[in-house]
Design a binder for this molecule. Structure first.
Ligand code: PMP
Length: 395
């Protein structure tokens, strides 16, 4: 192949997911910043979509990875060999979860964790119907895609899973009028891709109550809300509910690919008989990823009060006042500035990038600006970033 520039090669030979990629050519990332091939610095205001919550290349995560590299990498498909990195991760998560969530299935991604959770709910309940919320996002694989109400994105892949019902989040009346019992209700407590819209406490509790009454399982997708992003280790703690199956991904791996679905041992046991091997994954629970994730869980838990997530949310809300900002939605550092149009948002993203601030929009809310920085962002950095955003809103 003749030598062409990186950007041109990327466009020519790497599969494209849109006709307008950002085309930033990043050479290095450290802490809160990414550096392009010309050395220009960008503040990472979205943490790789809520992944780098502890910043890029956190030294303790790097150390954990390096230590594990000295021991072993892949040994065997998931579930056969006792691997201490998986044990350490389960122990670390066990310390920050209620005791009933005591059984961990480690996988490769958020989508795979959702697939696993759905399979488990089918096996445990013997039912096939799933209830999802409109405007939820649970992943790109075909089971997860079946839970997506947005026809633009899911329609071209039909037929998807049958027996999926949709409820409008917060519609408690419709929830209680449901006359069939599903295997599970799948819920994001903050509908991230809708522009960080939290579901109400009453609704989450009504779903919990419906599941208690009917024997449906409550699956809570904390792939984006988990690991301290809303100020508590997991958002469900702020809702006074405990899910039957908790699904994690993104920040769990501290920058490495990692997902998990977590349930009670009694529920999870279904995947081990009739048929055995209820979920098979070669790389799930990869030892290097588990080592990174253990460090990420421990660092997050130890520093949660230091990060002052709620105070930082307050400062963002105080500063993000502008005629083109209609409202700021979200919880903690999973925020969305809802702007007056898609075009305004597109221009802000483009011009903020020129000013060294890297941000993005939301899948179902192209008018909303994504604000999901590393949890260790400083108050000074928040002031600077808001100044940049308000300035480019005036262009
Ligand atoms: N659920 C939620 C709430 C998500 O935000 C995402 C990813 N954006 C997923 C599931 C899917 O995760 P992954 O892309 O790792 O498969």
């Amino acid at each position: 192949m003749p030598h062409i520039g990186n950007r041109q090669f990327f466009l020519q030979h790497l599969a494209q997911t849109s006709d307008a990629p950002l085309l930033l050519d990043i050479a290095r990332a450290e802490g809160h910043y990414m550096f392009d091939s010309e050395g220009k610095r960008y503040f990472d205001l979205i943490s790789g979509i809520s992944v780098s919550s502890l910043g890029h290349r956190h030294p303790e995560i790097l150390e954990a990875i390096q230590n594990q590299l000295q021991q072993y990498m892949h040994l065997m498909v998931y579930g056969e060999v006792v691997q201490s990195p998986q044990i350490h991760l389960a122990e670390a998560l066990g310390k920050v979860l209620p005791s009933c969530l005591d059984n961990f299935y480690f996988v490769n991604s958020g989508s795979e964790a959702i697939e696993g959770a759905m399979k488990l709910a089918k096996r445990y309940t013997g039912r096939s119907v799933f209830v999802a919320q409109t405007n939820a996002y649970h992943g790109g694989t075909q089971g997860a895609l079946s839970l997506m109400s947005n026809e633009y994105y899911s329609g071209p892949y039909r037929p998807l899973l049958p027996d999926i019902r949709f409820l409008e989040a917060d519609d408690i009346v419709a929830l209680n009028e449901m006359n069939e019992v599903p295997a599970a209700i799948v819920l994001e407590l903050i509908q991230a891709e809708r522009g960080s819209i939290p579901v109400s406490r009453e609704y989450a509790m009504a779903v919990r109550e419906f599941c208690n009454r009917t024997g449906a399982l409550m699956i809570v997708d904390e792939i984006q809300t988990g690991m301290g992003r809303t100020g508590s280790m997991f958002a469900f703690e702020q809702y006074d509910i405990i899910p039957d199956i908790l699904v994690l991904g993104k920040a769990l791996g501290g920058g490495m690919p990692m997902g998990a679905f977590i349930a009670n041992k009694h529920v999870m046991h279904c995947l081990s008989e009739n048929p055995v091997l209820g979920h098979i994954t070669t790389f799930g629970g990869h030892p290097v990823c588990c080592a990174a994730a253990t460090a990420a869980v421990n660092i997050t838990a130890e520093n949660l009060s230091v990060y002052q997530v709620k105070e930082k949310e307050k400062l963002f809300r105080e500063l993000l006042i502008h005629p083109k900002i209609l409202r700021v939605e979200g919880n903690g550092l999973l925020l969305a500035a809802h702007l007056d149009s898609d075009l305004t948002c597109k221009n802000v993203i483009k011009n903020a990038l020129k000013e060294g601030v890297f941000t993005d929009w939301f899948l179902y809310a192209p008018h909303a600006l994504r604000i999901a920085p590393p949890l260790s962002i400083s108050m000074e950095e928040i002031r600077h970033i808001c100044k940049v955003l308000l300035n480019v809103l005036n262009y």
